[in-house]
Every structure is written in C-alpha cells, then in structure tokens.
Design a protein around this ligand. Structure first.
Ligand SMILES: [Zn+2]
Length: 107
C-alpha cells in the first residue's frame, strides 16, 4: 500500500488530503482525481477568506464547492460523468473559474 499526501491552498487556508493505492500507478491515479488547482482568491470580490463546503439538494444531488465567506459567492466542483470521484473546478467557456454570486433563493 502506498500513500501520497496532497496539499491544496484554498484562499488563506491549506488543506491536506491523503490518497492511497495498491501500487504507484493506482496512487497517482487517485491523485489525478483531485487535480484541481489552488484557488487564491474569490473571483468576484477578491477576498482570500474562502472555505470548502458541501451540500445536498433535493436529498440526492451532492455538491461540493468553494465558498467565499465575505460575499458568499460559490465555485462548484464538477464531476466527470463516468466517474463521480474525479473532480475539477468548473470553468466558463473563456477558461476562467466559474464563480457564481450566491443564489438569492438560498438565503
Ligand atoms: Zn467573494
């Protein structure tokens, strides 16, 4: 069994994840599934006061996202269709991260 520790910086916080596999290939494959980039600041207000958050909508849709604690904007992690363990940060067509202002109906 091999383990690998990954650090991700989200705003001013550092998060550590440990992935593991039976061999080097499996361990790197697990690492690939979390291959999103560090996120330094909120795309809307520029704050680095960010956190990770998860929620379940309608009892079935699971969302994980980065939340700006200052303006409540939300950057949701996408999942690939064939493998919901592989996550990436949603981007707009132009390539920039898809930060969304908080939906007023959630307030
Ligand atoms: Zn913000």
């Amino acid at each position: 069994m091999l383990q690998m520790m990954i650090s991700k910086r989200i705003g001013r916080k550092q998060f550590h994840f440990t992935v593991q596999g039976n061999n080097f290939h499996e361990t790197v494959a697990e690492y690939d599934r979390l291959s999103f980039s560090d996120v330094a600041a909120c795309g809307l207000c520029g704050s680095d006061n960010l956190d990770l958050t998860s929620r379940v909508a309608q009892d079935k849709f699971k969302y994980t996202s980065i939340r700006c604690l200052d303006c409540r904007a939300d950057l949701t992690f996408g999942k690939t269709q064939k493998d919901d363990q592989t996550v990436f940060l949603r981007r707009r067509e132009g390539g920039e991260l898809d930060w969304r202002a908080m939906d007023k109906s959630d307030r």
